[in-house]
Design a protein around this ligand. Structure first.
Ligand code: AHR
Length: 497
């Protein structure tokens, strides 16, 4: 068995972990919104005003903080007026990116009701590609304007007089690609136009500008998108977050090999590099403002997820351990990462739950979110991990890197430390000394997510194949030693003495 040490400095708490790091993303794509969230009032599937009750309960349990909507690529061809008012009068439009009909049954007011039922913040992505500043401004007026106008009256008729209070507004999605193939400086001009008017109407909103991970596309110009955008967008008052998207995939979703399994985890080195570069760019261009990084689309995207099947794929234990490692990484960058939205909430890509008519099954990834809940709003702890290393060639980078086989993050809140650890190895159990510097703990209990194979999945017939199990860790002679099994994710709660 290999050995490792995790050192935690409980007396050196750092940044607060923004709860929005545990956010979600729901696009009009395949069965995410329709079937996954919205079944309609008349459906035999138990629902509250058309919203599936099982899905609402699952997201409530996670205390899901924020959901991004309506896309994705769909956002830059969505016209919000098509989705309000009497359902009978709503047009049937074409969802060109995902090649399906858009019945417009689920629009702004349904989305807001969904967020209210879950207890999360809505995050709306406005249309830049085929829209206009006027259309976005009017959407904001419809949602947030508290005074008397034709649009606020329309909202009152459709959904009650109280403003929706939508705080997060994205200005387009992937505008270097499906959002209109802009050059960074041209997109900056659009961002300034949209932002100037929207912030004038409601200064309390937070705007998310479209950023880019270098590997989001094949075009070398993408490597400098964030720099070029910020260089052309000097108005720090307009920008609150810069978005990054990154999808990961190595081999088949289930029948991956050991080396593909390992390579997936090493690819997080590339994500960390995205964060470091974007952090440096934001520090340079907006030195006097804390502009956040919103990783508002991320997750695994396996080859089986194609447009024809609505981007549906198997979700294994490997994916869940990967999600835990990615979320640990976002926690460790809590000083800059202000939001992260896994793609996509239900049925699509690295979803948290899958539905089949009235049935719903939670994916292993769902359980990782459940286990990490106490990190939300807690203070990140200074940490050091010495563990065996994984070596490999991260996607898009031109040399070999090594990264600790144990991915960890720790936070403190209300006298308790939460330590979450992903053992990213295929087959190495790692005996680990947890060295609490500057403090002592009395008890440690927690949960582990593991299964006999990283390829294991939950199915409708066997929904509990990959489920967290309770564990208790005893200190021996004041030392905390714990074995983190291969391909597992563990959350340990340590109560301070
Ligand atoms: O999540 C699927 C798609 O991936 C989104 O619509 C788009 O923004 C990204 O390329």
């Amino acid at each position: 068995m290999s050995g490792a040490v995790i050192r935690l400095w409980a007396d050196l708490p750092g940044a607060t972990i923004n709860p929005n790091i545990y956010g979600h993303f729901a696009e009009h794509l395949g069965r995410c919104v329709y079937e996954g969230i919205w079944v309609g009032h008349k459906s035999p599937i138990p629902n509250e005003g058309g919203l599936r009750l099982d899905v609402l309960a699952a997201l409530k349990q996670l205390r899901a903080p924020v959901v991004r909507w309506p896309g994705g690529c769909f956002a830059d061809m969505y016209h919000w007026r098509d989705g309000i008012g009497s359902k009978k009068e709503r047009p049937q439009t074409v969802n060109i990116w995902w090649r399906q009909a858009e019945p417009n049954r689920f629009g702004t007011d349904e989305f807001i009701r969904f967020c209210q039922a879950v207890g999360c913040q809505p995050y709306i992505c406005a249309n830049v590609g085929t829209g206009s500043p006027r259309e976005a401004l009017e959407w904001l007026e419809y949602c947030n304007f508290g005074g008397d106008s034709t649009l606020s009256r329309a909202r009152a008729i459709n959904d009650g007089a109280k403003p929706h209070g939508v705080r997060y507004w994205g200005i387009g999605n992937e505008n270097w690609g499906c959002g209109g193939r802009y050059a960074a400086a041209d997109y900056a001009k659009e961002f300034i136009r949209y932002g100037s008017f929207m912030k004038a109407l409601d200064p309390s909103i937070e705007l998310i500008a479209c950023g880019c991970s270098p590997m989001d596309g094949q075009n070398p110009a993408f490597a400098s998108w964030n720099h070029d955008f910020c260089n052309a967008m000097p108005h720090a008052d307009l920008i609150d977050h810069l978005s990054l998207h990154r999808y990961f995939g190595r081999g088949d979703g289930i029948h991956f090999t050991e080396s593909e399994y390992q390579a997936l985890f090493v690819d997080l080195v590339a994500m960390e590099r995205d964060l470091q570069l974007a952090d440096a760019v934001l520090r340079y261009f907006y030195p006097d403002k804390q502009v956040g990084l919103a990783v508002d689309e991320w997750g695994v995207w396996h080859p089986s997820a194609i447009v024809d099947n609505g981007l549906e794929q198997a979700n294994t234990l490997r994916d869940a351990v990967f999600a835990g490692a990615a979320l640990n990484l976002f926690n460790r960058y809590a000083h800059r990462v202000s939001m992260a939205n896994i793609a996509q909430t239900i049925n699509v890509l690295q979803c948290l739950a899958m539905t089949d008519k009235a049935r719903m099954v939670l994916t292993p990834t769902y359980h990782v979110y459940d286990m990490m809940r106490p990190h939300m709003g807690a203070r990140l702890l200074t940490q050091e991990v010495e563990s065996p290393l994984l070596e490999g060639h991260p996607v898009g980078l031109h040399k070999t890197f090594s990264t600790p086989a144990l991915s960890a993050s720790a936070s403190i809140a209300a006298g308790k430390i939460l330590l979450t650890v992903a053992n990213q190895t295929w087959d190495q159990d790692i005996e680990t000394r947890i060295d609490l510097r500057g403090t002592k703990a009395e008890i440690a209990s927690g949960r582990i997510l593991n299964a006999s194979s990283p390829r294991d999945v939950n199915t409708f017939d066997a929904p509990k194949t990959v489920m967290p199990k309770r564990i208790r860790v005893e200190a021996s002679h004041g030392e905390w030693v714990h074995v983190f099994p291969a391909h597992s994710f563990t959350a340990l709660s340590l109560t301070l003495a």
